[in-house]
Design a protein around this ligand. Structure first.
Ligand SMILES: [Zn+2]
Length: 250
């Protein structure tokens, strides 16, 4: 109880002392597509949350990228959108967000069934480690394609990982039913698979069909970036995401 009070007090102090500069904030908001759906009160709350994020987490550059304050604010703005009505605690268990200038090569080691160690290398625009940092490509942040957001995609993976498995179902709030979530997402996954196989148009990125974890991450991108499209294509998915994120964009 005392701990919770102290933490709230400390956060209020940080937010008033380290509030993001108004001009940088306005610039970031104008360039962040999902922020366009927020009313002025919510944008102000987002600014507080992003200020806290920049104070508590570390944004680091890699691959020769120079990171300006404007870039840090732009990233923090979008990073905090999914947790605007949740809490910064939802991003516990990780500290650093690493930014590459463009796609980066992710190298992974894995053991096959015979115990032999293999290495693979793949170009990626974003990556979230189960424990550890989030990595994103700045070029993809700037892409601004409708329905696409590398930042929200990776944040959705981090939220999904809060119960230890990126299986497309983050820990749900009281009153939400896991059976309903699973049924809604499985049906949408199956429907999207059918449409893609039949050559029918689908608005959502086909990368969603990799597995349920990717479906949740891609659906989250659409939910915040092109909510009207998601609500039209998969209204029940929109509804579950609205309950989870406690927001109704669009
Ligand atoms: Zn992913």
């Amino acid at each position: 109880m005392l701990w919770a009070w102290w933490r709230r007090w400390r956060r209020a102090q940080v937010q008033s002392r380290c509030r993001i500069d108004a001009a940088l904030w306005d610039e970031a908001v104008s360039r962040t597509r999902p922020a366009q759906y927020l009313n002025p009160v919510d944008r102000s709350r987002l600014r507080d949350l992003a200020s806290l994020f920049l104070h508590e987490k570390s944004i680091e550059c890699a691959g020769g990228l120079g990171l300006t304050e404007g870039m840090r604010v732009r990233i923090a703005c979008e990073v905090c959108i999914p947790i605007l009505n949740l809490d910064l605690d939802y991003y516990r268990d990780w500290y650093a967000l690493i930014v590459y200038p463009g796609e980066f090569i992710a190298r992974h080691e894995y053991h096959d069934e015979a115990g032999v160690v293999h290495q693979d290398a793949e170009a990626r625009s974003g990556e979230s480690w189960e424990i550890g940092p989030v990595i994103i490509s700045w070029g993809d942040v700037l892409a601004e394609l409708p329905g696409y957001s590398v930042i929200i995609h990776e944040m959705a993976h981090k939220l999904d990982l809060l119960d230890g498995a990126a299986n497309g179902c983050p820990p749900l709030h009281p009153g939400m039913r896991r059976a309903e979530w699973t049924q809604v997402f499985s049906a949408a996954f199956g429907e999207m698979r059918r449409r893609v196989d039949a050559g029918e148009p689908v608005e959502m990125d086909e990368y969603a069909l990799q597995d349920p974890g990717e479906f949740f991450a891609v659906a989250s991108e659409c939910f915040f970036s092109t909510p009207g499209v998601l609500n039209q294509e998969f209204p029940e998915v929109y509804e579950q995401l609205a309950l989870y994120y406690r927001q109704r964009p669009g």
